[in-house]
Design a protein around this ligand. Structure first.
Ligand SMILES: [Zn+2]
Length: 143
């Protein structure tokens, strides 16, 4: 297991093209954080900040990102937490985490199409369900 190490955070409006290794760039206006994979492979990692994406915590001195960053779609397949400007390596990922991460990566890619994260589509199941229940009540004459 690799040792945890300190990184830096930088608040920016636009994510710079030339990024320093060991820095997480946070754009509040675009609700996105970007860093180059902290395993050292240099792959750009985009973590959209949203209720269904990552949550960023700034305690006045350091930033934390939740949940963990799982780069299972990269060759390195690294997985780590960012806690108070520190990279903490995670254990090997479960299949669940991999599946969840792929879903999230997909959402991130699609959301990133125009450089800004779009909200994910709201769940539609509830609407359909209540509608069919209404229809059933109408059929049976019940309320
Ligand atoms: Zn990597």
């Amino acid at each position: 297991m690799k040792r945890p190490f300190k990184i830096r955070h930088e608040f920016v409006e636009f994510i710079p093209k030339a990024r320093d290794a060991g820095v997480i760039y946070v754009s509040i206006p675009y609700a996105t954080a970007v860093h180059d994979c902290f395993c050292g492979c240099g792959t750009k990692v985009v973590t959209p900040i949203s209720p269904v994406g990552w949550q960023l915590t700034f305690d006045g001195e350091s930033v934390s990102l939740s949940p963990s960053v799982g780069n299972w779609s990269f060759v390195c397949r690294s997985h780590y937490f960012i806690r108070k400007d520190t990279v903490v390596w995670a254990d090997d990922m479960s299949e669940d985490a991999i599946a969840w991460g792929r879903m999230r990566d997909k959402a991130a890619r699609e959301g990133h199409f125009d450089g800004r994260v779009k909200p994910l589509a709201p769940p539609k199941a509830e609407v359909t369900k209540s509608k069919s229940r209404g229809f059933w009540s109408w059929l049976t004459g019940g309320r």
